[in-house]
Design a binder for this molecule. Sequence first.
Ligand SMILES: Cc1cc2nc3c(=O)[nH]c(=O)nc-3n(C[C@H](O)[C@H](O)[C@H](O)COP(=O)(O)OP(=O)(O)OC[C@H]3O[C@@H](n4cnc5c(N)ncnc54)[C@H](O)[C@@H]3O)c2cc1C
Length: 421
Amino acid sequence: MDVIIVGAGIGGLTLALCLYGAGIRARVFEASPEIRPLGVGINVLPHASRELGRLGLEPALTRHAVLTREAAFFNRFGQLIHREPLGRDAGYDAPQYSIHRGDLQRVLLDAWIERAGQAALTTGWRCTGFTQDEHGVGVTFDDPRSGALLAPQRADVVIACDGLHSAIRKQLHPAEGAPRYSGVNMWRGVTRWPPILSGATMVRAGWLSHGKMVIYPIRDDIDGSGRQLVNWVAEIETAKHRQRDWTRPGELGDFIGAFEDWHFDWLDVPALIRAADSVLEFPMVDQDPLPWWTQGRVTLLGDAAHPMVPRGSNGAGQAILDARCLADLLAGGNEPQAALRAYEAQRLAATTQVVLTNRRNPPDAIIREVHERSGDKPFARIEDIISHEELARMSEDYKRVAGLDHAALGSAPTPHSNSGA
Ligand SMILES: Cc1cc2nc3c(=O)[nH]c(=O)nc-3n(C[C@H](O)[C@H](O)[C@H](O)COP(=O)(O)OP(=O)(O)OC[C@H]3O[C@@H](n4cnc5c(N)ncnc54)[C@H](O)[C@@H]3O)c2cc1C
């Protein structure tokens, strides 16, 4: 079987490696002429990192990533609401990686080229569409710099891993509208900074109406003096937004006002923001879940199939889970069309749940709850606002939807306490 993968992002490269492991030939076509370390931080949770481990990537990822050990939730006054262990510290058999997206893509890419050879990756080829008959699929490409048509390619199966603005998704669902804006705009950056809290803590603080921050380190000891590369995201409800472009620069003045008085004993937030290497701006968008992904020998994977708002650290993870599922089914000896249909049957409902839960009740719903119950005021004791059991239950509910609960993964939770920041 010959497979064409459109897009050398996280999902496309993971699929390529999974297929390679199963002895299936794949060729990857990427629109960008050159793969550059674009984006900022990304998280890979244990359900997905264990799949990367099965691909032999744990040593390389461990060299680049921070192995995140805990989540901590605060209100906008810097008071601790809830903390819980993550990754191996939470009892999973695989870590949580917090990593620069460019580092993650590079690890996948290096492994792909080392295993399949340079010829298995073609860059600077932008997919424009496909045609298919009962014997195979023809894929059309152009050069994104000149617009010149390139030689059409043929394969038995084509998998669209071309992200949020997928050309193949548009062909399959031409009447679908533009990505749906969630009402929240984001500014993201990275800052070289000494370790915050445990040095492996994922912080979520504040709420969207006034301004919320997500902060976590993505590279350890970047300068020999122990500083880390710290990823941060400022999220604010606002009607103002522009089309998502992963490289659009952001203006400090557009959002720093919301965080100007966030001087906590565990972190000076405005100082962290001001010291950033660079700031990017993008809107929080997703798409309504599609009713189907597959047409004959063509299907969608990752963001092309189920773009989701980045509130559960699950975008990359769900793409990785898609890749493993699809590769296993293609390797299972079924007709390609049957394998693609089985993949859709397994993954569409599961990812639809994640897309919808990320809108309504992502993990940070914990701080929304406290924000509302406390009337957005400082509290004397968190127990007066909400019990630890309720907080833990909210967190577990999300994990179940995302396929990250211990029961699903066959691991055992680590007992933990919620005291002290
Ligand atoms: C440049 C960039 C920066 C990002 N930064 C972040 C970030 O900082 N944090 C975060 O959480 N998520 C980020 N993401 C999104 C994140 O990578 C995905 O949500 C997630 O990993 C799912 O991966 P995916 O492979 O489905 O999509 P993506 O990782 O988006 O990969 C899609 C790939 O397809 C390529 N492509 C697009 N159109 C075509 C076409 N017509 N023909 C051929 N190739 C095409 C793209 O260039 C890209 O390499 C970023 C995505 C991109 C493309």
